[in-house]
Design a protein around this ligand. Structure first.
Ligand code: HEM
Length: 390
C-alpha cells in the first residue's frame, strides 16, 4: 500500500505522467474495497479516496465542495497539514498569499495546497508556532510528498532553477473549484470540475447509459455554452443560501451591456442579445479549450483507472490553450511565461524517477475527450512505459 501511495501520489496532480510500477500495489483490492462506497454515479476511486461527502449535491458549488471536505478530512475544525492540526486564526490576515486561502479552507486538510503553492521552506518554519495537536483520523488522501520522492525532489530543483530564468512580468469560487479542487485532485472523485458537469458529461469510467456515453458527443457544445451562465446562477443561489447580503460586484458583468447601450445608442434588446452572444461564444470557447486541452483522454488517468499528455513551445498557444499543463498543475504559483525554462529540470527528475512524459496532438486530445465520455470500464492494467508522439 505504501508503494501505491508513494508512486501514485502525483496521479491527481500530473495526469500527463505514467508511473510504470503501479501494478504491484494492490489496485484490484482497492477497487473492490471502495466499490461499496459508490453513490449515485457508481464511481470508484482507485487512489483509495473515500467517496466525497456532498459530491452529488446538485449545486456542485465550491462552498459545498469545501463543506464535504470538512466532513471527510478529520481536521476537527482547524487546519490540517499531514497528521498535524494547526490554528492559523491569527495568521489568516497576515498570510502573504492573501487571506482568502486560509479563510476558505478552515476545517479542511490543506496538505496538498500547502505543498504546491509554496516553493521556499519559509512557510514550514511558521508551522510550529501554530501547532495545536495531532489529528485523530488518518488522512483521506493518497499523496504523501515524501522528502526524497518525485515531487519534493522536483520542487527543490525548480526553486533553484527559478533563480536563473529571465525575469518576466508575473499576473472566490474559482479559487476553490480550480486551485483547491481541480489542481490538487485532478481527475479524481474529488475534482469539482468533473463533478460540476455531471450528470450531463461524465468523464470518470463507470456505469453510464448510452445517452450519456454517445449523445453527449452532440449536446456537449450546449453544455459548454451554458458554463458561464450556469456558474453565475450557481453563485447567486449559493450566496442566497449562505444569507450573504447584496454586494455590488455581482453587477460587474452587466457593466458591458450597460456601456454598449449608452455608447452605441442601440436598443436595450439589441444590446442584451449582443451581450448574450459574447457570453455564449466565449463560454463555448472556454469549454472547448478547458475540456479538450489536456485533461480527458482514455490514456490519461481518471479515478478508477490503474494509472494514468500537452501543448508546449508556443507562448500564444500555451496561454490560449492551457498549455504546459503538467508543470502548471505541479507549480501553480509560477508565472506561466516561465514554465518553458523549467523543462530541462522537469525531464531530468522524471528520468531520475523512471517517469515518462507523453505529448500528443490537439486533434488526438479532442477525439480522446469524446472517447473518455463513452468509457465505462476503468483501465485496470497500468499503461506500459510510453514514448513521445509529437
Ligand atoms: C490553503 C493553504 C494555502 C494556500 C493555498 C497558500 C497559497 C499561497 C500563495 C498563492 C502564495 C503566493 C505565492 C507566490 O506569489 O509565489 C503564498 C505565499 C506564502 N504563504 Fe501560503 N498558502 C497556504 C497556506 C499557508 C500556510 C499554512 C502558511 C504558514 C503557516 C503560509 C505561508 C506563506 C508564506 C510565508 C508565503 C510567502 C511566500 C513564500 O515564502 O513561499 N501559507 N501562499
Amino acid at each position: 500500500m505504501e508503494c501505491f501511495l508513494t508512486c501514485d501520489k502525483m496521479n491527481g496532480v500530473i495526469h500527463q505522467i505514467t508511473v510504470s510500477f503501479a501494478t504491484k500495489c494492490g489496485l484490484e483490492q482497492l477497487l473492490s474495497s471502495e466499490k461499496k462506497e459508490n453513490k449515485e454515479l457508481n464511481v470508484v476511486s482507485s487512489l483509495g479516496i473515500k467517496y466525497p461527502t456532498l459530491r452529488d449535491n446538485h449545486l456542485h458549488s465550491g462552498e459545498i465542495w469545501l463543506d464535504g471536505k470538512r466532513a471527510d478530512d478529520g481536521a476537527e475544525g482547524l487546519w490540517r497539514i499531514y497528521d498535524n492540526l494547526y490554528d492559523f486564526g491569527d495568521f489568516v490576515n497576515l498570510h502573504p498569499g492573501g487571506k482568502d486561502w486560509l479563510r476558505l479552507t478552515k476545517g479542511t486538510d490543506i496538505t496538498e495546497a500547502f505543498e504546491v503553492h509554496h516553493l521556499s521552506i519559509s512557510p514550514n518554519r511558521l508551522l510550529p508556532k501554530h501547532f495545536v495537536r495531532k489529528a485523530k483520523k488518518p488522512r483521506n488522501s493518497p499523496f504523501t510528498f515524501e522528502e526524497n520522492g518525485f515531487y519534493k525532489t522536483l520542487k527543490k530543483k525548480i526553486h533553484e532553477k527559478l533563480k536563473t530564468v529571465p525575469e518576466k512580468p508575473a499576473n472566490r469560487e474559482w479559487r476553490i473549484s480550480h486551485a483547491l479542487s481541480h489542481h490538487l485532485y485532478t481527475n479524481t472523485v474529488n475534482d469539482l470540475e468533473i463533478s460540476a458537469v455531471e450528470p450531463f458529461l461524465q468523464y470518470l469510467p463507470t456505469e453510464k447509459n448510452l445517452f450519456v456515453r454517445y449523445v453527449s458527443w452532440l449536446y456537449s457544445p450546449m453544455v459548454y455554452a451554458f458554463l458561464y451562465i450556469g456558474h453565475f446562477v450557481r453563485t447567486l443561489i449559493q450566496s442566497a443560501i449562505n444569507g450573504e447580503g447584496f454586494t455590488w460586484d455581482i453587477l460587474l458583468p452587466f457593466s458591458v451591456p450597460a456601456l454598449m447601450f449608452f455608447i452605441t445608442r442601440e436598443s436595450a434588446l439589441f444590446c442584451a442579445i449582443m451581450f448574450l452572444w459574447i457570453i455564449i461564444t466565449s463560454s463555448i470557447q472556454f469549454g472547448l479549450v478547458g475540456l479538450n486541452a489536456a485533461h480527458h483522454h482514455p490514456d490519461i488517468f481518471h479515478d478508477g483507472d490503474a494509472s494514468r499528455k500537452d501543448i508546449t513551445g508556443s507562448h500564444f498557444l500555451v496561454l490560449t490553450n492551457f498549455g504546459d499543463h503538467a508543470l502548471h498543475h505541479l507549480f501553480p504559483t509560477i508565472d506561466h511565461g516561465l514554465l518553458e525554462y523549467l523543462y530541462p529540470v522537469f525531464l531530468e527528475i522524471c528520468e531520475q524517477f523512471g517517469i515518462e512524459w507523453k505529448l500528443s496532438s490537439q486533434l488526438e486530445l479532442v477525439k480522446g475527450q469524446f472517447r473518455q465520455l463513452a468509457k465505462v470500464t476503468p483501465n485496470v492494467i497500468p499503461p506500459k512505459p510510453i514514448t513521445r508522439i509529437d
